[in-house]
Ligand binder design. Structure first.
Ligand code: 5GP
Ligand code: ZN
Length: 136
């Protein structure tokens, strides 16, 4: 299903033009308008799902398969030195467009970008408590 007020539904389905790198019946891959680096691409499913939790499993499988293929393409064609795969879910995680998408961000030795986090220093007990909360 498409969502009427969703900009990525409109882009994915061709109602709003975009710089398209790939399209099939279920997906469109476009260049990001506010790229972190040269060649920053977004994989958009044509069906609306707000985030990874809502994404049907078969769409998730196909999306990450496409991520693998397009990552290699970007590496070959743009000759980037590295590549980040980023996928944000929820405002707290930096999601600003609430239609599932995968970022493919080619990286270059001196691109000046920093995509990362400040490492914590949890104790073994803290890690065990977290593990138990997730698994048990
Ligand atoms: P998020 O922060 O939700 O993970 O990523 C949203 C991304 O969509 C941002 O990198 C932003 O630059 C990009 N974006 C937002 N609106 C548009 C648009 O209309 N066209 C394109 N091509 N990219 C967009
Ligand atoms: Zn949508």
């Amino acid at each position: 299903m498409r969502k009427d007020d969703c900009i990525f539904c409109k882009i994915a389905n061709g109602e709003i033009p975009s710089k398209t790198l790939y399209e099939d019946d279920s997906f469109r891959i476009i260049l990001d308008l506010g790229p972190a680096a040269r060649g920053h691409a977004l994989i958009l499913p044509k069906e609306h799902a707000e985030n990874l939790y809502e994404l049907p499993e078969d769409t998730a499988t196909a999306a990450f398969m496409l991520a693998k293929k397009m990552a290699s393409r970007l590496k070959d064609r743009l000759r980037c030195d590295g590549l980040n795969v980023v996928q944000n879910n929820g405002e707290a995680a930096g999601q600003t467009v609430f239609h599932f998408h995968i970022h493919l961000i080619p990286r270059y030795q001196k691109d000046g970008q920093h995509i990362g986090w400040k490492p914590g220093k949890p104790s073994s007990e803290e890690l065990e408590e977290i593990r138990a909360q997730i698994v048990d």
